[in-house]
Ligand binder design. Structure first.
Ligand code: NOJ
Length: 557
């Protein structure tokens, strides 16, 4: 039995101080848009397997796959009809097994997405619930309620759907009459489960085991803050957006934590340090840290950092507060700048740095400055990858891909767009198929040229084959950053702020088991002096030993 500090490995490997996930870099694959082996225009699992070497060559530790399960695709697969099978659009269970095996050969762990807040309305449970009628045990797995008003024609409360419109839909009962309402915090086709129901709890424990048995390294938990609703489902007059300090009755209820404790026990039964990562839009960094207490999840995306504007003081504050909050519970902070739900960070950082980030950008909106965005995006990435903790990358960010900001409305597919009557663009612009080879059909995404969303012409410039081996390219910057991060163990660093630089820099020294590294990001208008020492990497060219505007530099001291 190997001794590892205060805990023996066989007792609980995931709690050891050197556990892999504490400083891992994990690459998010959005299966629809990564690589398309069968040429139907939608990416698939064999496509992913065929391109995994690109991911391994980047130098990341693991991949996280967005959902590939059986689904009517009302929300691009986040509406799951069968948690234990693969949708034919993406392949078969055998393809999933082959992917996991190939990833293992390449030294990559595989994290899959778990969607426990809601099922698809085409899940057998929801079909049974509709057929069984009010008061039945089948309905009790979801949140069915009678409507308000004399004839029950008003929704049970005033909650809204995150995608726009009401959060409730009325059903027609088996006898043909208008009947009860069901809650859906997302699309009409995503009914919320009732997590007070023991069958729901048991089912997901079983789903966890199903995938753990197939060799996955863990789960990204969708809407982890949503499973438990406040008793009585009270009306809510506040904002439905989160990260604003308030706890709404449908989000971040204390009862969710007990669920994750039971999941953690299941994961800990398996060898190999399997992990849970929370997608939790908790209202504060401190409440987010509750999800990563020692007996709950391992990590949680830090969306506070993602939402912070390109303003030095705000970034310093977000980093300080996040590190303190997770340190208080003995967990790492998990940094992320882009994913399949937000405007890609190079584009986001070129927008006016005020107010809330937009939900997509339309062709008729003011168009962001692409060069400025790329410059800031690269600087933001080198800042993030120097911070202690773990980090997530979103496919295509290693190419510096911008958002597709001129998608025609007819091409859009995100339910957000439709539920806002076309007034909000939604998330399609960050989900466009990847460019692998500039001059091939669909830019190398497949061999037929079909793509479920059109690729902008500009993506040719960002194609993998235009960047591989090209000094200074964004792809080579990411590879160098990930290699150095690993060598120097930057994810294990101990950060101290440096005050002597300008107020418009994010400037710190990180003491790592691999040495001492100074990091400066210049967000001001004037160049600032680079720290003394050996320049290891920078996101843009230094000018006479100065760090120009919107550049990050790493210096060994
Ligand atoms: C968060 C996922 O990341 C998003 O894509 C999805 O629409 C919602 N959860 C609902 O499942």
């Amino acid at each position: 039995m190997a001794q590892h500090g205060w805990v023996t490995q066989t007792q609980n490997p995931a709690r050891t101080a050197d556990a892999w996930w504490r400083d891992a870099v994990i690459y998010q694959i959005y299966p629809r848009s990564f690589a398309d082996a069968d040429g139907d225009g939608v990416g698939d699992l064999p496509g992913i397997t065929s391109r995994l070497r690109h991911v391994a060559d980047l130098g990341v530790d693991a991949v996280w796959l967005s959902p590939f399960y059986t689904s009517p695709m009302a929300d691009a697969g986040y509406d799951v009809a069968d948690y234990r099978d693969v949708d034919p659009l993406f392949g078969t269970l055998a393809d999933a097994d082959a992917l996991i095996a190939e990833a293992g050969r390449l030294g990559l762990r595989v994290i899959v997405d778990l969607v426990p807040n809601h099922t698809s309305d085409e899940h057998v449970w929801f079909r049974e619930a509709l057929a069984a009628g009010p008061g039945s045990p089948e309905r009790a797995r979801y949140l069915f309620r009678d409507g308000r008003g004399p004839d029950g024609s008003e929704p049970p409360n005033n909650w809204r759907s995150v995608f726009g419109g009401p959060g409730w839909t009325r059903v027609t009962e088996p006898d043909g009459r208008p009947g009860q309402w069901y809650l859906h915090l997302f699309d009409v086709k995503q009914p919320d489960l009732d997590w007070t129901n023991p069958q729901v709890r048991a089912e997901f424990l079983d789903v966890l085991r199903f995938w753990l048995d197939r060799g996955v390294a863990g789960f990204r938990v969708d809407v982890a803050h949503g499973l438990v609703k406040a008793e009585g489902l009270p009306d809510w007059a506040g904002e439905h957006g989160l990260l604003d300090g308030t706890v709404a009755p449908m989000w971040d209820q204390d009862g969710v934590h007990e669920i994750y404790r039971t999941w953690r026990q299941v994961l800990d039964e398996y060898p190999g340090e399997r992990v849970l990562v929370a997608e939790s839009w908790a209202p504060t960094p401190e409440r987010l840290a509750d999800y990563v207490r020692p007996d709950e999840m391992h990590t949680a995306f830090n969306f506070d950092f993602l939402e912070t504007h390109w303003i030095a003081a705000d970034l310093r504050e977000s980093i300080t507060r996040s590190l303190a909050a997770t340190a208080a519970v003995g967990a790492p902070t998990t940094w992320v700048l882009s994913n399949h739900d937000v405007v890609r960070h190079p584009t986001r950082l070129a927008l006016p740095q005020v107010g809330r980030r937009p939900n997509g950008i339309k062709a008729t909106d003011p168009q962001p400055d692409e060069a400025l965005g790329l410059r800031r995006g690269r600087a933001a990435t080198l800042l993030m990858l120097a911070l202690p903790g773990s980090a997530y990358l979103y496919q295509g960010e290693e190419l510096g891909l911008p958002e597709h900001t001129t998608l025609p409305d007819e091409a859009r597919q995100d339910p957000t767009f439709f539920r806002h009557n076309g007034e909000v663009a939604g998330r399609d612009g960050c989900r466009v198929p990847l460019p692998w080879a500039a001059d091939e059909p669909a830019m190398g995404f497949n061999k037929t040229g079909a793509t479920w969303l059109p690729q902008p012409e500009s993506y040719r410039r960002y194609a993998v084959d235009r960047q591989r081996g090209v000094p200074g390219s964004t792809l080579e910057m990411y590879r160098a950053a990930l290699r150095l991060r690993k060598e120097l163990r930057l994810g294990r660093g101990d950060l101290s702020w440096v005050d002597d630089a300008s107020d418009e820099t994010v400037s710190f020294v990180t003491e790592t088991p691999g040495g001492s590294v100074a990091v400066v990001t210049n967000l001001g208008r004037e160049p600032v002096k680079a720290p003394a020492g050996e320049v290891l990497l920078s996101s843009g060219e230094l000018e006479d030993g100065q760090v120009p505007t919107d550049v990050t530099v790493w210096v060994r001291q």
